[in-house]
Ligand binder design. Sequence first.
Ligand code: PXP
Length: 241
Amino acid sequence: MTRVRLGVNIDHVATVRNARGEIYPSPLRAAILAQKNGADSVTIHLREDRRHINEKDLIEIKSNLKIPLNLEIAATKEMLGIAIKRKPPFICIVPEKRKEITTEGGLNLKYRKTFLKKLISRLKKNKSRVSLFIEPKIKDINEAKNLKADCIEIHTGKFCKLVNEKKSFQNELQKIKNAVNLAVFLGLEVHAGHGLTYKSAKILSRIKGIKEFNIGHFLIGESIYDGLGKTIKKFRKIIRR
Ligand code: PXP
């Protein structure tokens, strides 16, 4: 049996905290609980507008966690500076638009390509594993390889929405499978995330090339009913092969 890694995204613990400008619930406490209950890594997205996680959270979580911290950042000079200083073991570069509710799609790898290449190389020299959050598109997989990323994370948002709405998802699933196959062939480590629920995670867990799932919004929502520990354990079971 291979252990597929589960990254638990705790951004929305900070969303609840920030909604009232309070100091609770604590993202650090959630990170420690995630670690205790079988998460392989903890993911946080430090957004330009700091709408959930802030730099204080990043410092606290990084210094108290034994499992790797996966920091999601936009490809900007500010975020590069923070990542160099804080040295998270894992970094995922994501697109960011101020007005979006969540990360709506994968990176445009042609946009500011020279900066992106420099960013990846600088972060790798700083000993962070670098992943690019992209759509399941063949040209983006090839581009990620050219940019010398260590990993890709496939944006599963479209697929998950189709599953949630009980629409036909076979085309989107095939795109993901093709993307995974090419990435594995090219020697890229493959991750997947965005919008995953128990049902969509179960379907995607059958794709052997996917080594890591990063799950947040649904998982934090389910924790309201079942608790964080139980919810993580349930996801762990679902993604097991
Ligand atoms: N992976 C990446 C790169 C993301 O940006 C996000 C959302 O922040 C996730 C995974 C988790 O998505 P969700 O919160 O919908 O589970």
